[in-house]
Every structure is written in C-alpha cells, then in structure tokens.
Design a protein around this ligand. Structure first.
Ligand SMILES: [Zn+2]
Length: 88
C-alpha cells in the first residue's frame, strides 16, 4: 500500500497518511487510525505498529513515543470529553 504525505482527514495534521479501509474517502495518519473506535470491526486497519516498524516508517523509539502519546490522548479524551487538540 502506498503512503502519502498529506493532510489527515481526521485531525488535519500533515503526516504520512493511508487510505482508510472502512471509509475509503478518508486519508488517515497512523495516530488517528490507531485511535479509531472502529478498529474493532475494521477488517484491515491501514496502520499497524508492526508494519510501521518493519517498513522503517518509525523507529522502535518513535514507536514507543507514539504509544505514550496515544495513551495520553486516550486519557485526555476520557478526562475531558469533547476536547480536541487546537494546533493548526
Ligand atoms: Zn490524524
């Protein structure tokens, strides 16, 4: 699958994105894909940590950072419902 460097359809950040499996009109970056509530029903999520590391897209260090960031975001979501990152 091809990786593009574009705007994520979910968070709007410029990141490497892939076409979403469930919603083909969306381009999602790794973080939003990994945070997606539909992952449980997604037949083939576009992003997987294993794939990211294998392809050299992220180093094991970056993978760890991503995981920490994801956990923080999840906690943030639970603690303050509806709050979204406000970076441009
Ligand atoms: Zn995103």
């Amino acid at each position: 699958m091809t990786i593009y460097w574009e705007r994520c359809s979910v968070c709007g950040y410029h990141s490497p994105v892939k076409q979403c499996t469930l919603f083909p009109d969306l381009m999602v970056d790794a973080k939003c894909c990994l945070l997606c509530p539909k992952r449980g029903v997604c037949p083939k999520p576009a992003w997987r940590f294993e794939g990211l590391v294998e392809r050299g897209v992220v180093s094991p260090d970056e993978r760890r950072k991503l995981l920490v960031e994801l956990l923080e975001r999840l906690e943030e979501k639970q603690g303050v419902p509806g709050r979204r990152p406000s970076r441009p």
